[in-house]
Design a protein around this ligand. Structure first.
Ligand code: HEC
Ligand code: HEC
Length: 237
């Protein structure tokens, strides 16, 4: 799996968050802007980029099934009084030296050292803070429907502007402008095979692994979200 760390992602996020603050202020909306710089948001993004393809975790809205469900993995221990620090230590150790913790998953092994240093600390602290916590929900992504969450989880907004998602990235085309002129098939191809047609004037810089990270059902929900919100934004402006 491609390793995504914040050494490359952070500048994009900072740009989009700064611009996002401006948008929110500009509309005079009362809802607070999503905050991207708390350790939980950083941990969640690292988790979604590096762990969520294999692990289900409610707080991150991830649905991977190759590895154990991490809410199930820690719920009982947490209920029995295990504290966050202990869980953090278990997660950290598992990422450094994956063990076959569960016979059901024998034969599939978790890759070692997917993350290290601060990235590992943050993802471990994040999992420790949220895994198996009763009643925990993912932070609500701006926008309507399940596609809004998929857009948020995959970091589309760090590179693209889409008013409905309150995202203001500028590395890629403004989706409010281009989506209304694209068919669903063209949008699908732009997401799963971005190198095939490059939008004129833009770098060939869109990640190439969405086809494996986003399930076909999620892709349909994402496309629905893009089409419906770009149309609504165009009408509203
Ligand atoms: C390619 C799939 C894959 C990825 C990516 C992956 N894991 Fe795993 N993980 C597994 C599997 C499979 C297991 C079960 C043990 C085994 O067979 O290796 C596991 C086990 C675990 C466990 C132990 C769960 C328990 O029941 O005690 C934790 C914690 C964990 N992973 C956390 C993470 C974190 C954090 C990341 C990201 C940094 C991550 N995993 C990335 C596949 C993956
Ligand atoms: C790291 C930055 C980056 C991320 C993350 C990213 N994109 Fe892109 N995207 C680009 C760039 C740059 C282009 C223009 C080059 C190209 O066409 O591939 C582009 C092109 C596109 C296009 C085609 C636009 C056109 O005018 O043809 C669509 C649609 C799109 N992206 C949607 C998405 C969606 C949905 C996501 C999240 C699943 C996403 N992008 C994630 C950078 C990104």
């Amino acid at each position: 799996m491609k390793k995504i760390t914040f050494s490359t992602k952070l500048p994009l996020l900072l740009v989009s968050v700064a611009a996002l603050g401006a948008i929110v202020a500009g509309c005079g909306t009362t809802s607070s802007a999503p905050v991207e710089n708390t350790f939980q948001d950083r941990g969640r993004q690292l988790f979604n980029a590096n762990c969520g393809t294999c692990h289900k975790l409610t707080a991150a809205a991830s649905t991977g099934t190759q590895g154990p469900d991490l809410d199930d993995a820690f719920a009982a221990a947490r209920a029995a009084g295990m504290d966050d620090d202990t869980i953090k230590g278990i997660v950290r150790a598992q990422v450094k030296r994956p063990q076959d913790v569960n016979g059901d998953f024998a034969g599939v092994t978790m890759p070692a050292n997917i993350l290290d240093g601060n990235d590992l600390e943050d993802v471990a602290a994040y999992v420790a803070a949220v895994a198996g916590v009763p009643g925990i929900e993912p932070p609500k992504a701006p926008g309507e429907g399940p596609g809004a969450q998929i857009y948020a989880n995959n970091g589309c907004g760090s590179c693209h502007t889409l008013a409905a998602a309150q995202s203001a990235g500028t590395l890629g085309p403004d989706l409010d402008e281009v989506i209304p002129n694209m068919t669903k098939a063209e949008i699908d191809e732009a997401i799963v095979d971005p190198g095939k047609t490059i939008a004129p004037g833009y770098p060939n810089a869109m990640p190439t692994d969405f086809g494996s990270k986003i399930t076909p059902q999620q892709l349909n929900q994402l496309i629905e979200f893009l089409v419906s919100s770009a149309a609504a934004d165009a009408k509203g402006s």
